[in-house]
Ligand binder design. Sequence first.
Ligand SMILES: [Zn+2]
Length: 290
Amino acid sequence: MAKRHAGLLVAALLAAIPFPALAAPAPQMALTFDDLPAHPPYPAGESPVSVIDAIVASLKQERAPAFGFVNAGKGKPGELGTVLAHWRAARLPFGNHGYDHLNLDKVGPAQFVAEIDRNQAVLGPDGMKRLLRYPFLAEGRDPAVRDSVRKALAERGYRIAAVSLSFDDWAWNAPYARCSAQGNAAAIADLEARYLDAARSDAKAARAASQSRFGRDVPYVLLLHVGAFGARMLPRLLALYREMGFRFIPLEEAQRDRFYASTDPARPGPSPALLRTTPLTKPGDEVCPS
Ligand SMILES: [Zn+2]
């Protein structure tokens, strides 16, 4: 009898579990923001500090973790300190993006590593984490160049910050500044729609690629920039991803997945590339030409 009661209890418990608990787990996404303190151009009335404040407020509102990547050599005097203070006050972590945002494939490994060290010397005392996001995502086309920088990173205790999702969010920033200066509200509304379409298409294509290659959703790492248009769109962008079922997680948690094993610089080979392989369109000089 006792056995039969236990069986009934299990059946009752199973029936009480809501259906979504049995469905596939929610896809996960880590948000990352490049180019702190400043990603120009800015429309009238906006500044690096107002943009960071808007981004921080949206992240707080959504309780979404995020990671920033900083170029200490960028921005006007005073901006770096204020932007970082506001970022850190929200308990958001930050890492190294090179002192002056130089391209490894243009400057070579010696100058590139010197840039990392110079940035580290300025930002390290503020609690900068030893994670490097390569400017232009250029890890070295030449394997010898790539390996020499990876060796320097390993010696310094760095991990590489991967990117698996990107819809070229930066490309909307300059057209937005031009359309703003011209007071062209219709063109701005069009930019907004195109931005969300691109984000949606990119995420759908990345998920399809991940499912077909690995039979699962890897945790995604999204690349964004601290531009004025991105800050304007962030509440709608986060809502879109939530609607698509995404759950936001910290970058370091995402990178613990085996998909990101090669972001350990002691291992050979490049970091994982973007999952989406189909091209997306983005706005250019034809929008609100100056
Ligand atoms: Zn950058």
